[in-house]
Design a binder for this molecule. Structure first.
Ligand code: F6R
Length: 234
């Protein structure tokens, strides 16, 4: 695990973008993407670049159950606003949160990931160490699955909704096993609220209680943190 400390999200987003550019030059075609506040500057860097993604594919980590892409709180909507409307791709995959048959949807999403192996995966991290919506206690062996969100995640994400009661209680998420298939992973974290999770991920034991700790077992992971998120790191 390589750790890069930066001043702020702007500098971190630029470094992540430079890594992405190198991977594209080396032939990367499929990109695993995340929502949330963490990758916003990274997406701005992409939008403001002259990189062409019309022959590239994206596959997002997750989507809320019950929301479709026209819903402003859906992750499809977020991705359209922050990246896809400005930078067209060949294909943009996200789980379908409105699927009538959720079990069929998770199988279909696994098939999409198998057909489009991810070259480069962007990750944020939850305060509780989640990656994607893989909450503490999730088996490292699962691929795409339906997740019951924890109270901690529901309250962390309530800032995007009218109230906590409006936050969906379930999501469809790539599993840890899906995430680990990516060739390169870049995890970013900003702010003191992420400091303990980052320290556990880098220096703690590998445990399902801190899902991100599994990244110690992958041989190409780059962690980009600001001073506050990296404050416990030597
Ligand atoms: C989002 C995702 C989540 C977030 C994490 C951090 O697609 O998979 O794991 O990366 O919850 O969220 P922010 O970036 O809002 O702090």
């Amino acid at each position: 695990m390589k750790v890069i400390k930066v001043k702020n999200q702007l500098e971190g987003g630029k470094i992540a973008f430079n890594i992405l550019s190198e991977k594209i030059a080396a032939g990367a075609k499929t990109f695993g993407l995340a929502t949330g506040s963490t990758p916003v500057e990274f997406y701005n860097q992409i939008i403001n670049s002259d990189l062409d993604f019309t022959d590239k594919t994206s596959i997002n980590l997750d989507e809320y159950v019950g929301l479709d892409g026209s819903d402003e709180q859906s992750y499809r909507y977020f991705m359209n606003q922050h990246l896809f409307n400005e930078k067209p791709f060949k294909a943009n995959f996200l789980p379908n949160g409105k699927a009538a048959d959720l079990e069929a949807e998770v199988k279909a999403y696994d098939a999409i990931i198998d057909e489009h192996p991810i070259d480069f995966q962007i990750l944020g991290i939850g305060h509780n160490g989640h990656i994607g919506f893989n909450e503490p206690g999730t088996s490292f062996d699962v691929t795409t699955h339906v997740v019951d969100l924890t109270e901690s995640t529901i309250s962390a994400n309530a800032r995007y909704f009218a109230s906590e009661a409006h936050v969906p209680k379930q999501a469809i998420s790539m599993g840890i096993a899906s995430i680990l298939k990516s060739k390169t992973l870049v995890l970013m974290a900003w702010g003191e609220g992420k400091a303990e999770a980052i320290n556990g991920m880098v220096n703690g034991e590998v445990t399902e209680s801190l899902p991100a700790s599994v990244l110690q077992q992958h041989d190409d992971v780059i962690v980009i943190v600001d001073e506050a998120a990296g404050k416990y790191l030597k």
